[in-house]
Ligand binder design. Structure first.
Ligand code: C2E
Ligand code: MG
Ligand code: MG
Ligand code: MG
Length: 287
């Protein structure tokens, strides 16, 4: 009996594995096509000052609109893009599109900043200045001051190729582009990273915010991250705020900025522009 079960479960396992591999190969092929046919777009989520609700910037979040399968989440295709190297052309497209949109908003008098998610593979492609050269070229092309651009990296990236990452990040920082550490608290959250790497802002991961009202341990963890960040002179952004009570608690803990569905979901560029028009007095008009 046990033997048969074993064999059955093995067979089941292996056919499931084949199906998984097939799906993965198909997804990879479609992703290659998507790059050529430019099936991506960017949505923008506001990053807001927790005290006065002012939109200080937006985070660019990529969307893949497959003609057959509809909208595909970045959590599903970014890992494949990273493994296959497709992240390089995709990342370049993101940078171009985001800065083009940012230049447009600046021309309308909305003085917001732009945060872009960057993968490890983009940072250490070839020379240590490779990615910062790309940033610099796009900033110049769009006449955008580097202080309006931020890049977001994750802790796990810093662990993989520490030396190369450090050089690449220093090169980016020397342009005047700020570096945010994303999903903070989910990796090793080593204090030494915060000291060693030229980081200006910590983004507290959504998973802590999710449970902060119910679990005292999560609230305490956020408190500790905020205190640590402050003592190192860093700014703090809380991600994934969905409830008013979370917002208030984060504000009282000393978080500087917030991001989440409570304030706004990621929006297509035109809708974000409408929100800016509603919420902000363009700098040019306020003089
Ligand atoms: P992330 O950078 O940590 O982005 C935050 C994610 O949380 C986004 O998911 C956003 O839509 C979602 N989010 C924000 N507020 C809330 C909230 O209040 N509730 C809930 N439930 N979710 C919220 P999204 O857009 O699906 O992106 C997932 C991840 O994909 C990003 O996580 C980022 O790591 C990656 N990603 C997105 N765009 C890019 C890109 O252009 N390049 C790279 N390399 N990665 C990207
Ligand atoms: Mg991010
Ligand atoms: Mg995040
Ligand atoms: Mg994330």
């Amino acid at each position: 009996q046990a033997k048969t079960d074993g064999r059955n479960s093995y067979r089941y396992y292996s056919s499931e594995m084949n199906a998984h591999m097939l799906e993965r190969i198909q997804l990879e092929q479609r992703l290659r096509q998507a790059v050529v046919q430019q099936e991506f777009c960017l949505h923008y989520q506001p990053i807001v000052n927790v005290d006065n609700h002012e939109i200080i910037g937006v985070e660019a979040l990529i969307r893949w609109q497959d003609p057959k399968f509809g909208l595909i989440s970045p959590d599903k295709f970014i890992p494949i893009a990273e493994e296959t190297g497709l992240i390089e052309p995709i990342g370049e497209w993101v940078l171009q599109q985001a800065l083009r949109d940012l230049a447009h908003w600046h021309s309308q008098g909305f003085e917001i900043s732009m945060a872009i998610n960057v993968s490890g593979r983009q940072l250490i492609n070839g020379s240590q200045h490779g990615f910062s050269c790309l940033l610099n070229a796009q900033l110049q092309k769009n006449c955008i001051h580097p202080r309006y651009l931020h890049i977001e990296i994750t802790e796990s990236m810093l662990m993989d190729d520490t030396e190369q990452c450090l050089l690449a990040l220093e090169s980016i920082r020397s342009l005047g582009v700020d570096i945010y550490i994303d999903d903070f608290g989910t990796g090793y959250s080593s204090l030494s990273y915060l000291k060693r790497f030229p980081i200006s802002v910590i983004k507290i991961d959504k998973s802590f915010v999710d449970n902060m009202l119910e679990r005292e341990s999560d609230a305490n963890l956020i408190k500790a991250i905020v205190m640590m960040g402050q003592s190192l002179g860093l700014k703090l952004v809380a991600e994934g705020i969905e409830k008013q009570e979370q917002w208030q608690m984060l504000q009282s803990l000393g978080c500087d900025f917030g991001q989440g569905y409570l304030f706004s979901r990621p929006l297509p560029s035109q809708q974000l522009e409408l929100l800016l028009q509603e919420q902000m007095i363009p700098a040019a008009l306020s003089i």
